[in-house]
Design a protein around this ligand. Structure first.
Ligand SMILES: Cc1cc2nc3c(=O)[nH]c(=O)nc-3n(C[C@H](O)[C@H](O)[C@H](O)COP(=O)(O)O)c2cc1C
Length: 255
């Protein structure tokens, strides 16, 4: 992956925020192609993970069901990206979907588009009509994509009012945080990552030679949130001059 592409993605990290209301305008063909090109997409290679785009401005609202208070009710997106993983892929499928999907989120942000991850609040049958989902596949999550209606997102403001963004000290071991400049930059990229219900279930420890990422709490989307954090950490570390790779075993280690 070239340096300019990584810089674009890393610069998109602090600019990204979830948008749930869009103007249902077309995403031009060339922009769609740049968003969806498979070249440059990194994978953890834990399981298969397929992405599929449905582009139908103004016609996708019925896919998103929302829950109490309209969390998850997405209005007017031009497109959605579905992350499809093997039915039986469990936590590994969620990790892979988070890691792969977040690259599309950051790409979209760098192209001037807005996004929102949507975990479970969609009508599966309606979605089936828009995509070709194989019998052994499941939809890990979908990402809405489009043009934001305004610069703020009312539901996002509400979520952020009730659940504050954690500080670096809350998500990184003190010694690790002070160990190297690149660690601080990479951890800060994790800090601003999206997570389901803004849970931020991340804790980084270990040493700069072997950083360990652990879930600080468990929930249905924890492993997808971890996959997202892994991607942010890896890209920001690389941008800061430290190239490393995630190893998925009994622990999630970056070395
Ligand atoms: C895996 C995942 C699932 C999510 N599911 C939903 C959802 O169903 N509905 C919704 O409105 N937002 C959803 N979000 C968005 C989060 O609420 C949002 O990322 C979090 O509140 C932090 O806000 P920010 O993205 O603006 O930084 C999801 C995010 C992630 C990472």
């Amino acid at each position: 992956m070239n340096n300019m592409y990584i810089r674009d993605l890393v610069e998109a990290i602090p600019r990204r925020y979830s948008v749930r209301q869009y103007t249902a305008k077309e995403i031009p063909n060339d922009l769609r192609n740049r968003l969806m090109v498979s070249e440059g997409i990194r994978r953890l290679d834990l399981t298969g993970c397929r992405v599929e785009l449905a582009h139908a401005p103004g016609e996708l609202d019925d896919v998103f069901s929302g829950i109490i208070g309209n969390y998850g009710k997405i209005k007017g997106p031009s497109a959605l990206i579905a992350l499809l993983v093997p039915e039986d892929s469990g936590e590994l499928g969620l990790l892979e979907a988070g890691y792969v999907g977040e690259q599309y989120v950051l790409r979209a942000t760098s192209l001037g588009l807005a996004t929102c991850w949507v975990g479970g609040m969609f009508h599966f049958k309606t979605l089936m009509g828009r995509l070709s989902i194989g019998p052994a596949e499941k939809v890990a999550a979908i990402i809405s994509v489009g043009w934001p209606i305004s610069k703020t997102d009312p539901m996002g403001s509400l979520v952020h009012f009730f659940v504050k963004r954690k500080t670096l000290e809350q998500i990184v071991d003190k010694d690790l945080l002070q160990s190297a400049g690149w660690v601080r930059s990479a951890a800060d990229a994790v800090r601003v990552a999206p997570s389901a219900i803004h849970r931020q279930p991340w804790f980084l420890s270990g040493t700069p030679a072997r950083v360990v990422l652990k879930p600080s709490r468990q929930g249905g989307f924890t492993y997808m949130d971890l996959g997202i954090a892994m991607l942010h950490f890896e890209l920001a570390a690389e941008h800061a001059g430290h190239i490393g790779k995630w190893h998925v075993g009994p622990e999630l280690c970056f070395s």
